[in-house]
Write a protein that binds this ligand. Structure first.
Ligand code: MD3
Ligand code: FE
Length: 218
């Protein structure tokens, strides 16, 4: 038996890990082996804390609807962006962070070279056709040493990764069902965004894209 037959090149598989920055990795289809353990807990979280559209401090209605699970959840309103321990819509703690999310996040972070990643927040974004996220930095977390792990489900999206200045030219990266991105270190504060979602129907997720990001916020 020649084990080389199972190398990526020998089996004509495209590389499954793409490095798009010094410390930014796209792990293609990485979530698919976990998917049966992800979707039922995701549904349970969304039943307890349904998607809602929030308002930015500048008074804009976000086109992306969001929810959270875990000890901390990200919110925005007229007073600003912040992490809170309770869902402002119910006054109750955010639903617990599913173990399967934590296992996937730790495995993906390790694959990208970040050891011992422990998330305490999970922001869940829902994009319907036309929804977008303009270029921004993620800087509401307490320390920027931990990476962020993002999991894409459903319809494809065009992700934009820029530099440390808003005006830096952005790289476009398609993100598909099951793709996982991990970024941290020198890439942690890069500007990034998502172009308007195209119409479509995904066989598993229907007419939407859901992205969830695992973070160490506190
Ligand atoms: C940042 N979400 O929730 S996550 C967000 O697809 C957010 O819903 C987007 O931005 C979404 O704050 C993108 C993926 C991501 C991937 C790589 C990055 C964000 C990144 C690299 C550097 C900085
Ligand atoms: Fe972001």
């Amino acid at each position: 038996m020649n084990l080389d037959l199972f190398d990526e090149a020998a089996s004509h598989q495209p590389p499954r890990t793409e490095q798009i920055g010094p410390q930014t990795f796209v792990l293609r289809a990485f979530a698919l082996p976990f998917i049966d353990d992800l979707l039922p807990p995701l549904r349970a979280v969304l039943k307890a804390a349904p998607f809602r559209r929030m308002v930015t401090p500048g008074g804009q209605n976000m086109s992306v609807a969001l929810s959270n699970c875990g000890p901390l959840g990200w919110t925005t309103d007229a007073r600003g962006y912040r992490y809170t321990g309770v869902d402002p819509q119910t006054g109750l703690p955010w639903p617990g962070l599913p173990q399967s999310f934590l296992r996937l996040a730790a495995a993906a972070a390790a694959q990208a070279g970040f050891v011992d990643f422990r998330a305490d927040a999970c922001l869940i974004n829902r994009y319907v056709p036309g929804a977008r996220m303009s270029l921004h930095q993620d800087r509401d977390e307490r320390d920027f040493d931990a990476p962020i792990v993002s999991v894409s489900l459903g319809l494809p999206a065009m992700f934009q990764m820029g530099g440390l200045q808003r005006s830096d030219r952005a790289l476009r990266v398609p993100l598909l069902h099951g793709d996982v991105m991990v970024w941290g270190g020198v890439d942690r504060l890069r500007f990034h965004g998502v172009l308007p979602l195209k119409e479509g129907h995904h066989p598993v997720m229907g007419p939407q894209r859901i992205n969830f990001t695992l973070r160490k916020a506190g």
